[in-house]
Design a protein around this ligand. Structure first.
Ligand SMILES: Cc1cc2nc3c(=O)[nH]c(=O)nc-3n(C[C@H](O)[C@H](O)[C@H](O)COP(=O)(O)OP(=O)(O)OC[C@H]3O[C@@H](n4cnc5c(N)ncnc54)[C@H](O)[C@@H]3O)c2cc1C
Ligand SMILES: NC(=O)c1ccc[n+]([C@@H]2O[C@H](COP(=O)([O-])OP(=O)(O)OC[C@H]3O[C@@H](n4cnc5c(N)ncnc54)[C@H](O)[C@@H]3O)[C@@H](O)[C@H]2O)c1
Length: 454
């Protein structure tokens, strides 16, 4: 016999956990189901541990910049404190009891197991049946997408999970994929002394971002000693027990102690029983409307919706889904001002449309660019000052539709630009405000001047 509840939330990553906790706080009877760890990818194998590695790596890089600016420094890199922080502070040794208790403490009913839909409002978890009177929320996240490189399948390659759980940094590492995961982890490991080779199939790193960005980042990574291969296809992978070998399409053979595959992610929809509610079980993402509805009494949040794999999207969508489940009116999801920050050094922040995307949409586009090293703060900062600001204006409306902020604290500088894109602040108003001297964000003013003279 099926157990009745108000809502069943399948997948308790950042998105599902937020929905489940908020609905429980609102007094609903909520069953939250998680196959692995409550909290999902972000706290255990993604955002948080990777940013702890990056924090350590950035400290080392800053210390190496002391000569010529502030004396001398003797630096001995040690990955052990990073690995300990990840174990002790971030993941509790990959134990989610605190998160489970937080949910049940709010009145939620937690079930550990693998759930699948079994018809409208019906969920099956390892033989047990549940019915959601109001419905079901799908928040099953994503998993690494492994490319069909011959020989890759059987070799013991790393994904983000192995990389973030590593107790030691490897002597050498090949990273397949120069997207967000690839560039962040390549730089972090390299700063601890790992010899890193980064292989990206597209012509530049971070190919989804403005072209100026990938070029700049490739130069910075190369200057740090990372071997960067762009426009390179791996045609074969091998492991002989000690060493991985990747053969590239030009015939070049690369070798390393470890191989990290970071070539994108795909939504966890397989085996979820979507066909039992009339949805395509082979879809690449769960199609949701602006109220996050995937069908009657069915909502979706997070990576599974294919709107961008970011924790802040999952949480933003979760809040909208909570309102939708409760029947509380509110604005729908709006992705115009979606911010992205890749936490390399320099940080790569972007919001809204790239120049190419704006042109593809038929907008009359004007752009303005400023270089961070030639700004007052960039010049003062000296070593480690690489960066740029690029603005994309819809010239007919006189508002920014996209912006990029690369530089030290590029992700923080981005904030003002996100507000400008989100609130459609007229460019003329942005030009006639004050920008504190000498901040990094003053380069925005210079880019606005360049925009007007373009
Ligand atoms: C290395 C790395 C670094 C990242 N860094 C950042 C960052 O700095 N900032 C940022 O915004 N984003 C970052 N991300 C992306 C971020 O981790 C994801 O966007 C976020 O975790 C998505 O949350 P989610 O709730 O949609 O899914 P997930 O976190 O994937 O959670 C989904 C949960 O559902 C469970 N599940 C799946 N199927 C079932 C089932 N059938 N039954 C029960 N449970 C199920 C899974 O076990 C999982 O716990 C990073 C990703 C990676 C890989
Ligand atoms: N700071 C952050 O917010 C952050 C950090 C890490 C990850 N993430 C999220 O996680 C998602 C997944 O990250 P990701 O880096 O795995 O994916 P991604 O889609 O961002 O990048 C994958 C890269 O791999 C390349 N690629 C694909 N197949 C390849 C092949 N066979 N050989 C070589 N290169 C190949 C692609 O061209 C692309 O550049 C990101 O898109 C992002 O949404 C966010």
């Amino acid at each position: 016999m099926a157990q009745e509840t108000d809502v069943v939330v399948i997948g308790m990553g950042v998105g599902g956990e937020h929905v489940a906790e908020r609905l429980a706080e609102e007094g609903l009877d909520v069953v939250g189901v998680e196959a692995e760890l409550v909290g999902g990818e972000c706290p255990y194998w993604a955002c948080i541990p990777s940013k702890m590695m990056i924090r350590g790596g950035n400290l080392l890089a800053e210390a190496r910049r002391i000569p010529g600016l502030a004396g001398q420094a003797q630096i001995t890199a040690d990955f052990a404190p990073v690995a300990s922080r990840i174990r002790d502070e971030a993941t509790d040794d990959w134990n989610d009891q605190v998160a489970v208790d937080r949910f049940t403490g709010k009145g939620g009913h937690f079930v550990r197991g693998h759930a699948r839909l079994a018809g409208a409002g019906r969920v099956e978890i390892d033989g047990r049946q549940f019915t959601g009177r109001r419905g079901v929320v799908l928040a099953t996240g994503s998993r690494p997408q492994i490319p069909p490189v011959p020989g890759l399948d059987p070799v013991p390659y790393w994904t983000n999970r192995d990389a973030t759980a590593a107790k030691e940094n490897p002597h050498s590492l090949m990273v397949l994929g120069g997207g967000a995961v690839g560039v962040e982890l390549a730089q972090a490991f390299a700063r601890f002394g790992t010899a890193v080779t980064l292989v990206e199939a597209a012509e530049r790193l971070l190919p989804a971002e403005e072209p100026e960005t990938g070029g700049l980042l490739a130069e910075v990574l190369a200057a740090e000693g990372i071997t960067v291969r762009t426009g390179a296809q791996a045609t074969h992978a091998r492991h002989d027990g000690d060493t991985f070998t990747l053969t590239l399409d030009g015939g070049e053979k690369l070798t390393a102690q470890r191989l990290l595959v970071a070539t994108g992610r795909r939504a966890n929809l397989a085996g979820l029983g979507l066909e039992t509610v009339g949805l395509d079980p082979d879809a690449r993402a769960l199609d949701v409307d602006e109220q996050l509805r995937a069908g009657p009494g069915l909502w979706g949040v997070g990576d599974v919706t294919g709107r961008g794999a970011f924790t802040h999207i999952a949480m933003y969508q979760a809040e909208i889904a909570v309102r939708a489940v409760l029947g509380t009116p509110g604005p729908g999801a709006d992705y115009r001002a979606l911010p992205r920050v890749t936490f390399t050094d320099p940080e790569v922040g972007s919001v809204g449309l790239s120049e190419a995307q704006a042109r593809e949409r038929g907008l009359r586009v004007r752009t303005g660019t400023a270089q961070v090293p030639s700004s007052a703060r960039g010049w003062i900062h000296k070593v480690g000052n690489e960066g740029l600001i690029k603005l994309v204006e819809d010239a007919d409306r006189g508002v920014l539709v996209g912006a990029t902020s690369v530089g030290p604290m590029g992700g923080e500088v981005l904030y003002g630009l996100v507000v400008a894109v989100h609130a459609e602040v007229p460019v003329d108003r942005l030009r006639h405000m004050m920008y504190a001297y000498p901040t990094f964000h003053r380069a925005v003013e210079e880019a606005l001047t360049a925009l007007r003279s373009s």
